[in-house]
Design a protein around this ligand. Structure first.
Ligand SMILES: Nc1ncnc2c1ncn2[C@@H]1O[C@H](COP(=O)(O)OP(=O)(O)OP(=O)(O)O)[C@@H](O)[C@H]1O
Ligand SMILES: [Mg+2]
Length: 503
């Protein structure tokens, strides 16, 4: 028996001219198995739209992994199950948002949200249902603000993949070795770094033999190498003994450093476990790297995406959307040739291959010049928000032109995109026979208050854990200082014209 087809309710739509459309744009979930692209300048509503996509996926029981670079997606935790003052008041106080949160503060917030959601026919029943059915986690690699993650688990805890899928196992190992080298302040580039070659050879020997390649074992191997040659060269010619001892000493310093501990503790990187239902609830995992610097982000996300790709390859084929991978602000991670950050290979591979396994990929960015359009060429769904510069619009519409129905003029689209108001998008769905339309994403059920401080994130996780009936208490607070939160943008009125200056 085939399952009932599910669809995402994304919001209200209009015709491209701005003429009335309808209040409910439903997109069948399986349209998202080909990848989706969301572009638009800052403040155009991309994070809002991807949050709505995540909520719709979860509402329709589709596990979701959301990669968060700017700190907005942990807001998914702020998905209060009701408008009761106690829910809001408790959070405001615990988060330190308001030292003496008065009833009035909580009431104002609850009322504001009740009214905004009511215009989209979302009331307490829907919020309650969402909360009951969803299991949300926020994972923060290299920090204990969210759940910590053993990012080096593909190196230090042997995966059974070494017996079944050597190619994936090697890719995951290479990404983990790059991360270790970056943490050591050495060259992490697998194509150039001799350290990378040496550590990979040593680690792979252990992993192939069924052992873990933990850091202390690798230090031992550096001191007395268990292999004679690396490639065609004797070990000592490839990498001098004194240099090897030096590398072993740096690894030791790393092991002893308290900040490194946060990279090696917590749950193993196990994507299959992340997407498995928890007590009947649909799981959402937000992987937030907002607290890391640019290079760390690329390396950590390289490791994570390699794992996601390996997991995808273990699935059987599916035409149904069975999981959604969202990447909010992909700037710098999927750049055009020749740039090649560690995220690019797995992302491009996911865009090519994941659809066959029913895994949809959504990428959002404010910088359309930086995207690899070859990888995006057959995206099924494009959501184009306001873009101010001619160059940005031209780039996007060029990338899109191949998928426009005949007779549709790029010039008309260009004019439309230039005039769009914030929180409106031109949507081109290659699976639909109709041409592009305008979408105003519905109000997110999650309270989009912007990046959270570590205290706020913790308060949100504690409250969520109570609602979810989680058994595990949260990990003890770490001393590592967070970056300060950015200010939240003011909520805009939900009843908005589609264009900035209506004729
Ligand atoms: N669907 C939505 N529901 C509720 N609020 C929204 C929605 N979309 C946007 N907003 C509001 O508008 C603000 C700006 O939108 P958003 O953060 O999505 O912009 P963005 O395009 O992601 O910007 P940036 O490129 O700077 O990340 C949000 O902080 C939120 O307050
Ligand atoms: Mg954003």
């Amino acid at each position: 028996m085939s399952a009932k087809p599910v669809s995402f309710n994304l919001g209200a739509w209009r015709q491209l001219s701005g003429a009335l459309g309808g209040n409910l744009l439903r997109i069948p979930a399986h349209h998202l198995v080909t990848h989706s692209v969301v572009v638009g300048m800052t403040g155009s509503g991309k994070s809002g739209l991807v949050t709505v996509l995540a909520e719709e996926a979860l509402r329709t029981r589709i596990p979701t992994i959301a990669i968060d670079v700017k700190g907005d997606l942990p807001n998914l935790l702020l998905n209060f199950p009701n408008f009761e003052l106690s829910s809001y008041g408790a959070w405001l106080e615990a988060s330190g948002e308001c030292m003496s949160a008065s009833e009035a503060d909580a009431a104002a917030l609850a009322t504001e949200r009740r009214e905004a959601l009511a215009t989209w026919a979302i009331g307490e029943a829907q919020l309650q249902q969402f909360s009951e059915r969803t299991h949300l986690r926020v994972i923060t690699p290299g920090s204990t603000a969210g759940e910590s993650l053993h990012v080096l688990s593909s190196l230090e805890r042997r995966s059974p993949r070494w017996d079944t899928d050597l190619e994936s196992a090697r890719a995951a190992l290479s990404a983990a070795v790059s991360l270790v080298l970056r943490l050591l302040g050495r060259d992490p580039d697998p194509a150039k770094s001799k350290e990378h070659v040496l550590l990979s050879v040593l680690a792979e020997r252990r992993l192939l033999a069924g052992e873990n390649a933990d850091i202390p074992s690798l230090m031992q191997d550096l001191q007395s190498p268990p292999v004679d040659e690396i490639g065609a060269l004797p070990v000592n010619s490839f990498f001098k003994r004194s240099d090897r001892l030096n590398l072993a000493a740096s690894l030791n310093t790393l092991l002893a450093s308290p900040t490194f501990t946060s990279w090696r503790q917590g749950a193993a990187l196990d994507v299959a476990e992340w997407v498995a239902p928890r007590n009947g609830r649909t799981p959402a995992v937000v992987l937030s790297v907002a607290h890391l610097d640019d290079e760390e982000r690329a390396l950590v996300l390289g490791v994570l995406l390699e794992e996601v790709l390996s997991w995808v390859r273990t699935l059987s084929g599916s035409r149904r959307l069975r999981a959604l991978l969202i990447f909010d602000e992909v700037y710098g991670f999927l750049p055009p040739h020749p740039a090649n950050p560690p995220t690019k290979r797995p992302l491009v591979a996911l865009m090519k291959q994941a659809r066959a396994f029913g895994v949809g990929v959504v990428v959002a960015t404010q910088n359309p010049m930086d995207l690899d359009y070859r990888a995006l060429s057959n995206a099924g769904l494009w959501c184009i928000g306001r873009l101010q510069t001619d160059a940005d619009r031209e780039r996007v519409l060029d990338g899109l032109s191949a998928s426009l129905p005949r007779g549709e003029s790029a010039r008309e689209l260009d004019r439309t995109v230039a005039r769009l108001a914030n929180r409106w998008f031109v949507v081109r769905n290659a699976h639909a026979s109709s041409g592009p339309i305008l979408l105003q994403p519905r109000h997110a059920m999650s309270w989009l208050r912007g990046p959270m401080t570590r205290t706020e994130l913790r308060a949100a996780r504690v409250q969520r854990a109570v609602w979810q009936g989680d058994e595990q208490p949260l990990a003890p607070e770490s001393k590592v200082e967070p970056k300060p939160a950015e200010t939240t943008q003011k909520e805009e009125n939900h009843v908005k014209p589609a264009f900035q200056h209506q004729a």
